[in-house]
Design a binder for this molecule. Structure first.
Ligand code: NDP
Ligand code: 8G0
Length: 376
C-alpha cells in the first residue's frame, strides 16, 4: 500500500469559520502549511467577509496519476478530514494540485459520509453548488487589483508588458484578464522552464495553452513548441523585459537576484498571484527602488473572497449570476485596495506601501475581534 500524510492547519476562527486551500504536493510540509495558514488569517480579514484562516493538504503527488487513483486518494483523505470540517466549522477549497475535479471527489465523499448536502467545500462544479467565476476569481482579481494600483498611480494596464510565472489556475486566468485589458503577456512557466515571446500571447493561443494543460496535462515545453514560442529550459520568467511581473506559481520563486534583474529590465510593478512567491530580500529591493509591490494577501484575495460568496450562496440555497459575482469581486478588490491605501498610504500622492497597508489593515481587524471576544 502507498502511504501519504495529510494535514489541516486551523489557524484562527475569531472572524469566521476556518477557510483556506488544500494542496497536493510531494514537497509539502507542516511548516509550509503553517505560514500559509498564518497569512490566510490576515488575507481573509482583509476581504471584509466573515472567514477565518486555515490551510491543508497532503504530500501526495498527483502527477501521472489516473483519474481513478486521484478519486481514491481524495476519498481516503476525506475519510479523515470529515471529522474536522463543515459549513460552519472549516470550509476547504482547492490550491496547488487540487482543482475542480479533486474538489468534486472530496465533496462526493463528504456528502456520502455525512448524508448531508451542505457547503463544506468551495470551488465545487457549478452543477452541484459551486459559484460562477470561482475558477477565474483569483487571476481576474489580481488584474483588478493591478488596475486599481495603476489608477492610483496614474497609469493603465493597456499596452503594458506583463511577465507571468506558472501555468495553473491563477496564472492562466491572470493572463486571460490581462489580455482582455489590452496587456501583452510575454511569459508563462512551470517547474521545467519558461516560454517567452516579446509580442505577447494572443487570446487564441491562450485557449490552446489552457486546452493542452487542462485536458492533457502537457508541460510548458510542449506548449511553447505548439504555439511557436521560445522555450527557456530551467529558467524563470524574471530575466524577461517587462513593465509588470506577476508571480503566480509558488512560494519563494522570486529572490533578490531575480528582483534586481526585473528592475534592470524595466519592471515597475509586482503583484503576487501566488502566496509568498517573493522572498523578503526581493520585496525589500523592490521597495527600495520604488517598484510598486502588492503582497499576495491583498492581490490574490479574490479567490478566497469568491469562495466566501460561494459559501453565502450555499447557505441561502441560491445561485448568483456570473455578472453579479464579477461585480462583487471587483468591489471587494477595490475595498481591499482602499484599506491598503488607508493604512499604507504616505500622503501627498506618494506611492502606497501595500505591504504595510495590507498587514496593518488585516491585523487590526483580527486583533480587534480576538480582544472583543476575550481570547487574549
Ligand atoms: P495550480 O496547481 O493550478 O498551478 C500551479 C502552477 O505553478 C503550475 O503551473 C506549476 O507547474 C507551477 N509550479 C508549482 N511549483 C513550482 C515550482 N517549484 N517552480 C515553478 N513552478 C511551479 O495552482 P494554483 O494556480 O491554484 O496556485 C498557484 C499559487 O497561487 C499558489 O501559491 C496558491 O497558493 C496561490 N493561490 C491560489 C488560489 C486559487 O484560488 N487557486 C487563491 C490564492 C492564491 P508544474 O506543473 O511544473 O508543477
Ligand atoms: O478558496 C479558498 O479558500 C482558497 C483556496 C486556495 C487558496 C486560497 C488562498 O487565499 O490562498 C484560498
Amino acid at each position: 500500500a502507498q502511504v501519504n500524510r495529510g494535514w489541516r492547519v486551523q489557524f484562527n476562527n475569531a472572524i469566521g469559520p476556518y477557510k483556506g486551500g488544500l494542496r497536493f504536493d510531494p514537497g509539502l510540509t507542516e511548516s509550509v502549511l503553517k505560514f500559509l495558514g498564518f497569512e490566510q488569517c490576515f488575507k481573509n480579514a482583509l476581504t471584509g467577509l466573515p472567514i477565518g484562516g486555515a490551510k491543508g493538504g497532503a504530500n501526495f503527488d498527483p502527477k501521472g496519476r489516473s483519474d481513478d487513483e486521484i478519486m481514491r486518494f481524495c476519498q481516503a483523505l476525506m475519510n479523515q478530514l470529515v471529522h474536522y470540517i463543515g459549513p460552519n466549522r472549516d470550509i476547504p477549497a482547492g490550491d496547488i494540485g487540487v482543482g475542480q475535479r479533486e474538489i468534486g471527489y472530496l465533496f462526493g465523499q463528504y456528502r456520502t459520509l455525512t448524508r448531508e448536502f451542505v457547503g463544506a467545500l468551495t470551488g465545487k462544479g457549478v452543477s452541484f453548488g459551486g459559484s460562477e467565476l470561482r475558477t477565474e476569481a483569483t487571476g481576474y482579481g489580481v488584474l483588478y487589483f493591478v488596475k486599481d494600483m495603476l489608477d492610483r498611480a496614474g497609469g493603465d494596464v493597456d499596452g503594458q508588458r506583463i511577465a507571468i510565472s506558472g501555468a495553473g489556475n491563477v496564472a492562466l486566468h491572470a493572463a486571460e484578464k490581462a489580455i482582455a485589458l489590452g496587456a501583452r503577456v510575454v511569459t508563462l512557466s512551470d517547474s521545467g522552464g519558461t516560454m517567452h515571446d516579446a509580442d505577447g500571447l494572443e487570446q487564441e493561443q491562450l485557449e490552446t495553452v489552457k486546452r493542452m494543460k487542462q485536458d492533457r496535462g502537457c508541460r510548458i515545453e510542449q506548449v511553447a513548441e505548439e504555439v511557436g514560442w521560445d522555450y527557456r529550459k530551467g529558467e524563470t520568467p524574471w530575466s524577461a523585459e517587462c513593465d509588470i511581473a506577476l508571480p503566480c506559481a509558488t512560494q519563494n520563486e522570486l529572490d533578490s537576484d531575480d528582483a534586481k534583474a526585473l528592475i534592470d529590465n524595466g519592471c515597475r510593478l509586482v503583484a503576487e498571484g501566488a502566496n509568498m512567491p517573493c522572498t523578503a530580500d526581493a520585496v525589500d529591493r523592490f521597495q527600495d527602488k520604488g517598484v510598486l509591490y502588492a503582497p499576495g494577501k491583498a492581490a490574490n484575495a479574490g479567490g478566497v473572497a469568491v469562495s466566501g460568496l460561494e459559501r453565502a450562496q450555499n447557505a441561502q440555497h441560491l445561485v448568483w449570476t456570473r455578472n453579479r459575482v464579477d461585480d462583487e469581486l471587483q468591489k471587494i478588490m477595490r475595498d481591499i485596495h482602499d484599506r491598503c491605501e488607508r493604512h499604507g498610504g504616505n500622503g501627498d500622492g506618494r506611492p502606497v506601501n501595500y505591504r504595510r497597508g495590507a498587514n496593518i489593515a488585516g491585523f487590526e481587524k483580527l486583533a480587534d475581534a480576538m480582544i472583543a471576544q476575550g481570547v487574549l
